[in-house]
Design a protein around this ligand. Structure first.
Ligand SMILES: Nc1ncnc2c1ncn2[C@@H]1O[C@H](COP(=O)(O)OP(=O)(O)OP(=O)(O)O)[C@@H](O)[C@H]1O
Length: 473
């Protein structure tokens, strides 16, 4: 045992038993090389400047030329003319002025004073800076652009890292740059775009949408996406599960979908079969539905009839056609289930629970290609309550109770990619997250609100007593 105070051999020194140890020699970089590298960087900066900031460089060059050739009056005249031209442009074409001037200036401002300024500390602290051989490498900002509602920061990744590293740190990035959220889009190898909203475009309720001229059952307009585009819900060829706590606005998704289908319902090429155990949500517009049930027994009967019709249709199609086109003889049938867990988990009669579960499972597993779809609403997405969750290919996550429920609904990794459905403000019913076809990135959406008055107008115009083609409204 070593005595206290005795000299100790540093562990890095070779002990005689280890023999000779080789180390990399340290060679000092000659001053001329350092100077050359700095000159090279300066030249590269000056040469690329006109390409990176063409407007700025052109403005400075023209101003300098005016001052050089015409003196101060020339410079003042140039700026006065430019100001008047800018004013005229702004007054006559505010939209193009906003696109070409205001948003570009804003992008420059935010690039310099928000992103570049905070880039290093935010990335280092959030763990996105990489180290290799004692040097630190940061992903590079390639460009910042501004749309009406968000900043888009294009980033070049450090070699050896992946977009998933950013996806798991969207909360840190959003807070770091003072944005309400952050979304990651993959552009290509080592290229990603970070989208930071500047304001909440979905803060205001959206009134019921106008009816489409032509109903596309694979893209029904039901609300708006965060970027201002229409949120289109596919019903034909899929099944949709809408999950959210009580008061999260599940009814508005269901009613917006029914509303968008009205012309097809009117022409007889689509039908809605409604199951309404709460007797609140759908009873108001029951005359629009081809079938309606509000008790457990009646609901099972409707579901089993749907299964029967679906199987008849499948038998007729067998060997003749592989997909369904809605017609009056073979309409598209949407089975709407408000609070599906009432039938599958909470109903006191075991037989009803079992039969409903079987019918829903059969419809969702076999109905897609023959024109039967299920649109179900659910408050509690846990497996004990709803074990048929995975039979619904498309899901909508409105406000949820717990963070763990987000991935249950939208799929593994959705919360990491920014779908914070558990953090949705309770004062924003109808707001939720969906995953669009072909993209793993969740999109924030808000369903349009179909009020009781809207439903009355809908039943008056498209109910059984209405004139064909819908009444004027
Ligand atoms: N898309 C929306 N935009 C604005 N307000 C909405 C929207 N959807 C719902 N609301 C408001 O929120 C309230 C609750 O909505 P809704 O009844 O649809 O929620 P829910 O999720 O169906 O609740 P429950 O499960 O209790 O039926 C509505 O009365 C309405 O005032």
């Amino acid at each position: 045992m070593a005595k206290i105070g005795a000299a100790q051999t540093p562990p890095t020194l070779p002990t005689p038993a280890q023999g000779v140890r080789w180390t990399t020699p340290i060679v000092e970089t000659p001053g001329i090389v350092v100077l050359g590298s700095w000159i090279w960087r300066l030249v590269r900066f000056l040469v690329t400047l006109p390409f990176r900031f063409p407007v700025l460089v052109a403005t400075v060059t023209v101003s300098f030329a005016a001052w050089w050739w015409l003196g101060w009056p020339g410079l003042a005249g140039l700026w006065a003319t430019a100001s008047v031209a800018s004013l005229v442009w702004w007054r006559t074409s505010p939209d193009s002025y906003r696109t070409w001037v205001t948003l570009r200036l804003l992008a420059w401002w935010r690039h310099v004073f928000v992103y570049r300024r905070h880039w290093q500390p935010v990335l280092v602290i959030s763990g996105l800076a990489e180290s290799y051989q004692e040097r630190r490498y940061l992903p590079r900002i390639r460009r910042v652009t501004c749309s009406e509602w968000a900043d888009r920061v294009r980033v070049a990744l450090v070699a050896g890292t992946s977009p998933a590293d950013f996806e798991t740190r969207v909360a840190e990035l959003a807070h770091g740059f003072g944005a309400p959220s952050c979304r990651v889009e993959v552009e290509g190898p080592r290229k990603i775009t970070l989208e930071f909203p500047r304001r909440d475009t979905l803060a205001e309720p959206l009134p019921a949408l106008d009816l489409p001229d032509r109903v596309d059952l694979a893209a029904l307009p039901v609300g708006a996406c965060e970027d201002g585009s229409a949120w289109r819900l596919r019903l034909h060829g899929t099944h949709v599960l809408v999950a959210g706590v009580t008061g999260s606005g599940k009814g508005s998704v269901i009613w917006s979908a029914v509303r968008a289908m009205l012309p097809a319902i009117d022409s007889g090429t689509a039908q809605v079969w409604a199951i309404d155990p709460k007797r609140m949500e759908l009873s108001y517009g029951r005359t629009l539905f081809a079938q309606y049930a509000d008790t457990g027994e009646a609901a099972v009967a409707v579901l089993e009839t749907a299964v029967e019709r679906m199987q008849d249709r499948a038998e007729r199609y067998a060997g003749k056609q592989r997909s369904h086109t809605p017609t009056v003889d073979d309409p598209f049938v949407l089975v709407v289930l408000d609070e599906v867990a009432f039938l599958t988990a909470y109903h006191p009669d075991r037989d009803i629970r079992k039969r409903s579960e079987n019918a829903i499972a059969t419809l969702t597993s076999q109905g897609r290609s023959v024109g039967f779809a299920v649109l179900a609403a659910l408050q509690d997405p846990r497996k004990e309550v709803m074990n048929l969750r995975n039979l619904f290919p498309d899901k909508v996550a409105l406000r949820l109770d717990e963070a763990s429920q987000v991935d249950m609904i939208l799929g593994e990794g959705s919360r990491d990619r920014g779908a914070n459905a558990h953090l949705i403000d309770p004062t924003l019913p109808g707001v939720g997250y969906v995953r669009m076809e072909g993209s793993p990135a969740p999109v924030r959406v808000r369903a349009a609100y179909v009020s009781d008055d809207d439903i009355t107008t809908m039943t008056d115009a498209y109910g059984p007593d209405s004139p064909p083609g819908g009444a004027e409204w």
